[in-house]
Ligand binder design. Sequence first.
Ligand code: NAD
Ligand code: DAU
Length: 349
Amino acid sequence: MKNILITGGAGFIGSHVVRLFLNTYPEYTIYNLDKLTYAGNLENLKDIQNHNNYHFLKEDICDFNRMKVLFKEYKISDVIHLAAESHVDRSIEDPFSFAQTNVMGTLSLLQAAKEYWDRDFSNHLFYHVSTDEVYGSLGAEGFFTEETAYDPHSPYSASKASSDHFVRAFADTYGLPTVISNCSNNYGSYQFPEKLIPLFINNIVNNKPLPVYGKGENVRDWLFVNDHARAIDVIFHKGKLGETYNIGGFNEWKNIDLIKVIIKTVDRLLGREEGTSDKLITYVTDRAGHDLRYAIDSTKLKNELGWQPSLQFEEGIEKTVKWYLENQEWMTNVTSGDYQAYYQKMYSN
Ligand code: NAD
Ligand code: DAU
């Protein structure tokens, strides 16, 4: 029996984690706490919204007093913390909101957990979900391991690095039972179409330009989102307190090569002639401070906890493109802003 607070559960990865936990652990009660920013969408959870063990709380993690009340009211035993501002380009435009949500919001949850659990930390866990971007950028060779020194470059990664440090500080100073995972780039269903893969699928469908930053030579390590959710499940149940686990797919792609795979897949599934959408590729000014290469070494997670990715990339990308093509209404809703107006109406009190 656990009362698990999952923050950011209406977002991309969070919605997959909420679904996995509800479907796998009938003995757990899940409290999905989400502010429903532009990136949070309850449509992502339509299939489980009436589940007996599921409760949605529209709240802001930065509101410390509310967090204290909620921990007590719902007798929260564990936290899986995913809520964050997550898009690098937005962090370049508005670094303050990243510091506020990612740093202050995490601190607010840590302090609320510490106060509610009140030094009796047995049978509790604060699981912080972080990113490989805290490690900075690699050259042509090598991998990020759990020992790699932090070297964030964007306001987003600086804010995530700072939140990781606060989590470790709470473990070292107060003995809070914590675990952190740092994952590579995720792809799959329900990702907000500001991120490369859903943005480009949508643009190809609509014959719009595909803005490739710089020369398209940056490298990312892509992991199917359901595999990330499975890793979170394994770490939540078997991870050692105070530890960090890297999660990745050993699946590196140069952006331009990945983009060509996406174009080919979308064109084929739409019945277009091969090469139809190649002309949409448009090289644009590079992202400021653009990290060249990320590559995660997830050997520790495999050796110590037995996790490894379940899907080959070709299968994952095929499933993903199909999902976006079959869920055009979801795409239209999130791009039109209609759902934002709906939430405004539903929850403005
Ligand atoms: P997302 O942007 O899709 O979702 C974030 C969610 O957090 C949204 O539902 C949003 O409404 C909510 N939220 C934002 N501010 C909040 C606040 N103040 N209070 C409560 N809720 C708030 O993000 P994502 O891609 O699903 O990422 C989830 C987590 O995983 C983040 O912590 C991110 O740093 C991390 N991560 C993401 C990736 C990736 O490839 N997307 C990879 C590694 C780690
Ligand atoms: O590595 C994990 C991180 O992956 C997460 O922590 C972040 O939350 C998540 O957003 C993601 O960050 P990236 O910056 O790598 O993802 P994004 O989809 O924004 O970009 C992927 C690559 O594609 C990157 O090199 C920038 C490039 N790009 C992106 C967009 C949106 C383009 O060339 N054109 C674009 O329009």
